[in-house]
Every structure is written in structure tokens, then in C-alpha cells.
Design a protein around this ligand. Structure first.
Ligand code: G6P
Length: 578
């Protein structure tokens, strides 16, 4: 993972404090250490371990390179933080990805000293060992020696350029008038310029203050310029203390945002869904969204196959020209998903993405796409993008038997309910529950049918952010093992549907008989509940509606425990390593 930013200008110098805010905006990609190098007559280097707490770095420069790290090779130390400086102190390099053959490269670096354990430090020195006066051509010749994935940025003493290369790790260029920016993501610069070039795999080249040179396979190439449409306020916390709470609250707008679609595009996708074999592929929360929608497709008489992207390769031989693959991803950069889609590149299958980040790798790999339109999601945990994914998938499933207009109208019916669930009053009530659960070590969530994925997503939210061990099960599953874990007082969150709920209520009773503390999420209060979270709305939309109070619960659990809900330990928002 990791976030990269490179800044170059041929006019104004940029304050390092401003540059630090650009790096900090990428810390959702990793935040165990950070570093900045800038060029004067020598390369100046600043590195620290931990999150960026204070952006107030003195100084300014017109050539700056920075990085925020999510450790893969080597522990969290200053030595392993990027940028890395070559032994001769002439090259400063940042890297995202994994150089798989770094040991082999290292064995060719006789006489070099290494202060850390990273593949990236080896790469820096390998570049030093091979670089000639013609930096660009020699860099191009080095790239085929590298096995693995990379987004690389480096600067060289004596040159007013930032060199870059990309393979399977995201890298974009921000195009300002007298300044250019190299970055893992547009979030770092969209307050400076809205013009962006998305680099392709195999691209390499350099930026200068007033020019961009991109090459691929030895030839200079032109890449299309795109315009970012995101609203800058969405990337700011505003009145909220954390992005997580802000993004939970923004869910009230999600339905209207996802409904901004081209109806022709939706109709043509729905036509294919009616006739082709459907595969749904995703990771994490996006996978739970796919699972939730699976039930709606089943209801419509269609059976999709829902697969976690990292397990997809075993299924890929069954994907052919009669298949439609729905790929769901907030970031559009999750490497497990990209890798899964690469495995079916020549299958003739149609790839349709449901994606938030426009211009992302997934977006560009897709034959058709449906944008979530929910603006940047900064908190590592997915909340509004989950609601967007489920809504879009439900819209598609609804269109199998209903018209687009009816399916849209059905969705809009839950806006009022989302408004109520995210209101201050509802939040206050859920906060009380978090007080009761703050010392809990284990917690279980159960639901049946559509509420089984709701239980999975609820457990994922709670464990990701509060570090309470939470597991989600289908109601019918508990007697096959999990019930052995129930002790006196073990909290169990039970999602109870409005209709046909006798079986899930029996499951709640079975848990309660073993001492469980039952938290019911439902339209009505039931005797078996020890605590009730009221959620009104059609069962069909329960994966959206019944998940929201648990997002809020997870948030308050983290806050009560003194944790940072936006950046849980060990996690990163965009997982670009396997
Ligand atoms: C990581 C994040 C999860 C996210 C998953 C998929 O695991 O920690 O929160 O759900 O990636 O991300 P995507 O961007 O593909 O939806």
C-alpha cells in the first residue's frame, strides 16, 4: 500500500507544511511511518515513525518527494521509512508495492550498505548502481529487472525532475499550470488542480514544472487528461471530529447520489444480467455488499456466484463469453480484485464495475461501469460506499422484474429512514449501548437470509475499528459450533426481520438460554431482547438500514476506547499488495 506524493514547480516554492498536508491526505493508505525529501544543493531528508500528527514542517522547496508507509518488508523503523537515500546520496526514492526479487538484486550490490530491511532500499541502490548520465534511458533499462509490483518516484541530485514508473500499483499525475504532482491518488492534490492523468501499467517517465513525459515499451505515449469532479468539502472533516462519523452521516445523501445514472447504461447491464451467468467479485466490505445483494437476485430468479476476489482464480476457468462479472470496489485499486480480473482477461466475459473512484485501475479495466458518486471516502472503514454498493446492486436486481423507474422509486423510500438512523437522537441512543459494551472481549452477530450478510458486515465494522473480537454468523449456524463460545453476559447482536422471524427469534432464545446478552435490531421490541435498536423499513433493504446503527456503535466503541476510528491499527483503505 503506502502513499506517494512528488511535487515539482518551475515558479513558486511550496511550503513543506503544505506538502505535509498532501501526504497526510494519503495516510488512509498506510500510516506507520512517513518521510519527506526535498532538493536544495543536496537531498534533505526527514523521516519519522508513527502517524503524521503535526504537519508544521518548516521550510519550502520546488522539488519535494514524500511517502506514508504501510509496512510490508521490514518493521516500522525510521530506517525502513521512505524516502530512501542511495549510498552515494544522489537519489531519493519512494515506492509502493513489492519488489519480489529484491534479494536477487541485493546480491548484485557488492560493497553497498543497507540500514534497513526493505525491498525499496535495495531498489534505490540498484538504481544507483545502474544509472548513467542518461537517467531516463538507464531507468527504462532497469525496469525489466524488477519482478513484482511498483509505483516508483525518485529524484536525482542535479536534476530538476521527478522520475516515475508504474506496474500494478496506482500512480496519477496532477497537471497544474506551473507545477506537476505525482501521487498515488488524486486526494492529495485536488485542491490545487482538477486536471489529472491516470498512468497505465508499464508507463514510466518524468515530470518537470512545465512538462510531462510518459513512455511505455520504449515509445513516448500521450495519455488522456481527465477532470476530477469531486467536491473538495467531502475531503474535509468540517464540524465532525472524525471522517468516520461524517461519512456515516453522509449516507442520507447516498441514495440520491447513486441514482444519478445513465438509464441506457443500466438497461444494457440489466439485459446482460438476465441472460448471462453472473459472478460477483469483491473484498472486505464490498464483498459483504455483494452477499447482501445476492439474496435479492435469488428472489428475482437469478443465481449469481459471489466470490472473494483473492479466491477467484480457482473459479476463473468457469468464466467465459456468456458471463458477466460484477466487480465491486470503493477504491478500484484493491489488488486482489484487479488480479482476479486479469485472470479472465481473455475469457470474453463482460466486466461491469461498481466503483467509487473514477479513473481508478478497476474503472479503466471495465467494459461498463456504474459510479457510486459518493465522493471521497477517507476513513479506512467503508460506510457510505457500502450503502452505495448495496443500493446499486439492489437497483440492478430490482430492474430484473421491475422497470428502472419503479426500482428507483423503491430505493428512495428508505431515504427518510436513513435520515432517522443517522440523526443525533439515534446516535445518542447507540452511544449508550457502546458504554455497556466497551469492556467486551467477544461479541457475536447473527441474522438469517439477507440479514446474514448484515451480521457479517456488522461484525467486520466492530472488529476493524474497536478491536473487539466480533464474528458474524447465519442464525442457523450457531448450533453447529459458535454457540459453544457463549458465556454469561456474552453480547449477541441479533438482526430480526419484520416478517417470517420466528426462526431468528428462536436462535436468539437459544443464545439467551446460555447466558447471552441479546441486542435486537428490528422494527419491534421482542421479549428476548435485553437491548433494542429500533429500525423500521422494508426487509428488502435491511442490509442497508440495519447496518447503519452498528456502524455508529462501532464508531463510539472506538472513541470510548480512545482509538482513532479513521485509522485502525494494521489496516489500510486501499490494499494494493497481495
Ligand atoms: C480493505 C479495507 C476494507 C475494504 C476492502 C475492499 O480490506 O480495509 O475496509 O472493504 O479493502 O476495498 P475496496 O476499495 O476494494 O472496496
Amino acid at each position: 500500500m503506502c502513499g506517494i506524493v512528488g511535487y515539482i514547480s518551475n515558479k513558486e516554492k511550496l511550503k513543506l507544511a503544505k506538502f505535509m498536508t498532501m501526504i497526510k491526505s494519503l495516510d488512509y493508505r498506510g500510516y506507520d511511518s512517513w518521510g519527506v525529501s526535498h532538493l536544495s544543493d543536496k537531498i534533505n531528508l526527514i523521516k519519522e515513525i508513527g502517524k503524521i500528527e503535526n504537519t508544521d514542517l518548516p521550510g519550502e522547496s520546488n522539488l519535494i518527494l514524500g511517502h506514508t508507509r504501510w509496512a510490508t518488508h521490514g518493521g516500522v523503523t525510521k530506517e525502513n521509512a521512505h524516502p530512501h537515500l542511495s549510498n552515494d546520496k544522489n537519489i531519493s526514492l519512494v515506492h509502493n508495492g513489492i519488489i519480489e526479487n529484491y534479494q536477487e538484486l541485493k546480491s548484485k550490490l557488492d560493497g553497498f550498505n543497507f540500514s534497513g530491511q526493505t525491498d525499496s532500499e535495495v531498489l534505490t541502490n540498484y538504481i544507483q548502481s545502474k544509472l548513467t548520465e542518461d537517467t531516463l534511458s538507464s531507468f527504462a533499462q532497469i525496469l525489466p529487472d524488477l519482478k513484482g509490483t511498483y509505483a516508483i518516484g525518485f529524484l536525482k541530485r542535479g536534476e530538476n525532475k521527478i522520475y516515475f514508473a508504474r506496474k500494478d500499483s496506482p500512480l496519477v499525475l496532477g497537471i497544474g499550470k506551473d507545477e506537476k504532482i505525482l501521487s498515488s491518488d488524486v486526494t492529495s492534490f485536488f485542491d490545487r488542480t482538477k486536471t489529472v492523468i491516470y498512468l497505465e501499467d508499464g508507463d514510466y517517465g518524468y515530470i518537470e514544472g512545465n512538462s510531462v513525459k510518459i513512455f511505455n515499451s520504449g515509445e513516448e505515449v500521450e495519455r488522456k487528461k481527465s477532470t476530477i469532479t469531486w467536491d473538495i468539502d467531502k475531503a474535509r472533516k468540517g464540524e465532525f471530529e472524525h471522517f468516520m462519523l461524517k461519512e456515516i452521516s453522509e449516507q442520507v445523501d447516498v441514495i440520491n447520489q447513486v441514482l444519478i445514472q445513465d438509464s441506457k447504461n443500466i438497461s444494457s447491464i440489466v439485459n446482460d444480467l438476465k441472460t448471462k451467468n453472473i459472478f460477483m467479485v469483491a473484498c472486505g466490505t464490498s464483498y459483504n455488499a455483494a452477499l447482501a445483494a445476492e439474496y435479492e437476485f435469488l428472489k428475482q430468479g437469478i443465481m449469481p456466484k459471489v466470490i472473494r476476489a483473492h479466491e477467484f482464480r480457482s473459479y476463473s476457468k468457469f468464466v467465459d463469453k456468456n458471463s458477466i462479472v460484477l466487480a465491486i470496489s470503493q477504491s478500484g485499486e484493491t489488488i486482489d480484485l484487479i488480479d482476479a480480473l486479469k485472470s479472465i482477461k481473455n475469457s470474453g466475459a463482460e466486466i461491469v464495475s461498481i466503483v467509487n473512484v473514477q479513473g481508478s485501475t478497476l474503472d479503466r479495466m471495465s467494459d461498463k461501469r456504474i459510479y457510486m458518486n459518493v465522493g471521497p471516502e477517507i476513513c479506512v472503514l467503508s460506510t457510505k460506499s457500502y450503502t452505495a454498493s448495496v443500493s446499486i446492486l439492489m437497483l440492478l436486481a430490482g430492474c430484473i422484474t421491475d422497470t428502472y423507474e419503479t426500482s428507483k422509486a423503491n430505493l428512495t423510500e428508505i431515504i427518510r429512514q436513513i435520515y432517522y438512523l443517522t440523526s443525533e437522537n439515534s446516535r445518542k441512543y447507540t452511544k449508550e449501548l457502546s458504554q455497556l459494551l466497551r469492556y467486551t472481549k467477544h461479541l457475536f452477530t447473527i441474522g438469517r437470509k439477507r440479514d446474514y450478510p448484515t451480521a457479517m458486515e456488522a461484525a467486520l465494522k466492530i472488529k476493524e475499528v474497536s478491536y473487539i473480537h466480533a464474528e458474524g454468523f447465519a442464525g442457523g449456524q450457531i448450533k453447529h459450533g459458535p454457540i459453544a463460545m457463549i458465556e454469561n453476559g456474552t453480547p449477541c447482536i441479533v438482526f430480526v426481520s419484520n416478517k417470517n422471524n420466528s426462526e431468528i427469534l428462536s436462535n436468539a432464545q437459544e443464545l439467551k438460554s446460555r447466558g447471552a446478552f441479546i441486542i435486537g435490531v428490528s422494527d419491534k421490541n421482542h421479549d428476548v431482547f435485553d437491548f433494542w435498536i429500533k429500525v423500521i423499513g422494508p426487509d428488502k433493504y435491511s442490509p442497508i438500514l440495519r447496518t447503519i446503527p452498528i456502524q455508529i456503535l462501532a464508531y463510539y466503541l472506538a472513541v470510548l476506547k480512545g482509538l482513532d476510528p479513521d485509522k485502525p491499527r494494521n489496516l489500510a483503505k486501499s490494499v494494493t499488495v497481495k
